[in-house]
Design a binder for this molecule. Structure first.
Ligand SMILES: Cc1cc2nc3c(=O)[nH]c(=O)nc-3n(C[C@H](O)[C@H](O)[C@H](O)COP(=O)(O)O)c2cc1C
Length: 158
């Protein structure tokens, strides 16, 4: 009926209803034991929790690499970022972008949607092209090189 900002659901978004929205985009490497069933469990928990906290977004998994976009109220996103850093199912979290802006959601209908990445490289290359931070570009380039050389084994888990 109402969303987390007290705005009636289904209302036409216009300038008057734009609210500060925090977004966080990162990529990370899946831990060795993370298989398809584990990713399904992650998405199930994410859907449950995100709905309750006004968070929406998308999770891409391929070749042992995660790429995730999350958006929502700043306080909720910050809590989730802390939770993500404690989660041992992934590591080497590279923050690609985060900021607060008054804008519409990119993924208003997805409390967390898993998107299959036939080739996670394309997703990472896209991120690399728009990455302004030098450290992020270095980290992304390294992951891409490792994907290219096959040293991010086991490839094909995604
Ligand atoms: C790559 C990745 C993405 C995740 N995304 C989310 C998310 O969007 N929302 C969420 O609540 N938990 C997410 N999690 C899981 C959290 O780290 C944590 O396990 C979960 O929030 C705990 O929820 P529970 O107490 O309901 O089991 C993610 C975990 C990983 C490894």
């Amino acid at each position: 009926m109402f969303d987390e900002y007290g705005i009636p659901r289904g209302a036409e978004p216009d300038d008057a209803t734009l609210v500060p929205l925090y977004h966080f985009v990162y990529c990370s490497r899946a831990a060795e034991h993370v298989d398809d069933a584990e990713v399904t469990r992650i998405v199930e928990a994410a859907k449950r929790n995100n709905l309750a906290h006004g968070i929406t977004g998308v999770l891409v998994f391929g070749s042992g690499v995660f790429f995730q976009w999350i958006e929502g109220p700043a306080a909720e996103i910050r809590k989730l970022i802390a939770t993500l850093h404690r989660d041992e199912r992934h590591y080497d979290i590279v923050s690609l972008s985060q900021s607060e802006e008054e804008r519409e959601r990119l993924y208003p209908d997805w409390d967390m949607e898993r998107v299959e990445a036939d080739d996670i490289r394309l997703v990472l290359q896209d991120a690399l092209e728009s990455a302004e931070d030098k450290n992020n570009r270095v980290a992304l380039t390294r992951i891409l090189e490792q994907l290219g050389s096959g040293s991010l084994e086991p490839i094909g888990r995604g």
